[in-house]
Every structure is written in C-alpha cells, then in structure tokens.
Design a protein around this ligand. Structure first.
Ligand code: SAM
Length: 294
C-alpha cells in the first residue's frame, strides 16, 4: 500500500533503471511533503546544495548490476520501475512514488534507518546498500542481506557493505554467500587488471627511497648526481608520468640506491634455496651434445 504521498509540488529528480540496466534521469513534480519543506527555506535550499561527505561514495555500474541481478532473481519485481533517488542534492522523500516502483540504490549510510522507516511507513518496496558492521544496529522491520561485500566505490574507498530490504517477507537475515562471492570476483578482477610499475635503477621515486629507509638503511645523494624528471620518454605514448615526479640519477647513485634496495630486501623473510654442486654440474652439461657424440 502506498500512503498519501502522491500529491505533488515543485520539482524533484531521480533515476530510473530499465530491464537492461540503462539509467535515465526523471524530473517530476515533488510530493506534497516537499511543500511543507518550503516553509523552512534555508533547509530547503540546503537540500539542493551538492555536498561532499563520507556519504558520497558512488557506486560503480558493475557493482550496481550485481545488486540489480540479485534483486531480480530473488524478488518478484517483473514490470516494476527501478528507481534511484539518492544523488547529490537529492530529496528521496519528495519523489512521487507509485506502487509500481522499487527503490534499488546506495543511500547515504548516515541516515539509512530514517530512510528505511520512511519507505516502510509509506509501503514502498526497497533494496538498499547499507553499512556492514552496524547492519543490526536498528531494530527495523526489514531483512538484512549480509553479503560482507568489499565494494570499491568510485572515490577509491573500499567499504564492507551489506544490504537491507523489505521484500523478503518473514526472513530476518539472509547470509548471502552467493552475493559475497560475486563481489569478491569483481574485486579480484580489478586487482588483476591493475598494472604495477617498475622503473630502471636510474629513476629515483620517493617510494623507491622509502622502501629502504623504512627497513633501516640510510643514504645521502648529492645535488650534482640527480636531475629532476616528471616523465620518462617511454611513458609518453601511454600518457603516464612518474607519480609524484622523481629524479634521473647518475650511474654511481643508481648503483648505491640499488645496493640499499637489495640490502633492505635481504631483511625480509625470504628464504633463497641454494643449488648443490651436483645440481650445478647437471646444469652446466645442459644444452651440450651428449658425451661421446662426434
Ligand atoms: C552513497 S551516495 C550514492 C550515490 C548514488 N546513489 C550511487 O549509488 O552512486 C548517497 C547520495 O545520496 C545523497 N543524499 C543525501 N541526502 C539525501 C536525501 N535526503 N535524498 C536523496 N539523496 C540524498 C548524497 O548527496 C549522495 O550523493
């Protein structure tokens, strides 16, 4: 049942998602609730001022797709309109919800209990991203979908995320290993694709120096031994630069730096297995013609 929130006043924006996951923006007349807010003019204007807080973790499309697929598999939402009311300056309470709408979105976690209460009170179906560790902190009439999903949001922050919904009837907790596995696969696929950069010994970056400093090795380098450098020529075609810039170093400085790096490496708990004299003899014979052949 949708309560009396269908009367409209002013404009409100939200997004709708079609069957194929494509999104479009909708600008509609806001619900009656927005009219009440107009009396608090400062509060009303503040709602439309874009903010940058910890609540501003934007969902990568591939993460949203995992969630949408899960909702479609588990909930009877055929023909429903998927809406995403949470965006900078948005006002989820003013969206003119209809019975055919299902809210699937990543809301600001700091007000998630208030959001759930609003949707429950107004009979609006929802499936929302939510905080993981504090998932059980409010005693709301919802189902907790515990996915323990590490999601890396668009701002680079990886946040353990679970979900909350009012579409699972009398289920209180769903320990969703399938959902967890999908997010893990997504995170792993991103890690595999991240390139690691290695530079020749003659290129000094601050992290190269930091590596041996942190392991207790000091070094002093004269000004005359280095030249400042922002990008080496091989990076140009790829549009890459030395992160934080760096220095080109003389051969002697490059060797001293490499020695300090090697010394630092030797403090790590790496066991190097040695070959026996016999194995070395075998290796020395490899590739030679068999004994006795002409
Ligand atoms: C965690 S972000 C997620 C944004 C987007 N839904 C996504 O999935 O990428 C939550 C967004 O909700 C917005 N927000 C904060 N209060 C809101 C409200 N009362 N109504 C609608 N959106 C709000 C924030 O500005 C923020 O952009």
């Amino acid at each position: 049942m949708i309560n009396n929130i269908g009367e409209k006043m002013g404009a409100v924006k939200y997004r709708v998602v079609d069957l194929f996951g494509c999104e479009r923006e909708v600008i509609a007349e806001a619900s009656a609730r927005a009219q009440t807010d107009m009396h608090d003019y400062e509060g009303f204007v503040d709602k439309f001022t874009p903010k940058k807080t910890t609540d501003d973790c934007y969902t990568p499309p591939e993460a949203f797709k995992i969630v949408l697929d899960y909702v479609r598999e588990r909930c009877d939402i055929d023909g429903a309109e998927i809406v995403r009311p949470f965006y900078p300056g948005g006002d989820f309470e003013s969206v003119p919800y209809t019975e055919n709408m299902v809210v699937v979105d990543n809301p600001p976690f700091s007000i998630i209990a208030k959001i759930c209460r609003f949707y429950i009170k107004n009979g609006i179906r929802f499936f929302l991203f939510g905080p993981h560790l504090t998932a059980f902190s409010s005693d709301l009439d919802v189902t907790h979908i515990i996915a323990s999903a590490d999601i890396t949001y668009e701002n680079g922050a990886t946040i353990k995320t679970s979900f909350v919904s009012n579409m699972f009837g009398d289920l209180k907790i769903i320990a969703a290993a399938d959902l967890c596995a999908k997010f893990k696969a997504l995170e792993d696929s991103k890690k595999v694709n991240l390139p690691k950069y290695e530079y020749p010994d003659e290129v000094l970056t601050v992290s190269r120096i930091a590596y041996f400093v942190e392991k207790g090795f000091s070094l002093e380098i004269r000004k005359s031994e280095v030249a400042h450098c922002r990008q080496i020529a091989s990076q140009k075609p790829h549009g890459k630069t030395l992160f934080g810039s760096g220095f080109l170093a003389s051969a002697a400085t490059a060797a001293a730096t490499a020695a300090a790096t090697a010394a630092a490496k030797s403090t790590e708990n790496i066991i190097v297995w040695q070959l026996s004299p016999r194995e070395l003899e075998t290796i020395a014979r490899l590739g030679l013609p068999p004994a006795g052949s002409p």
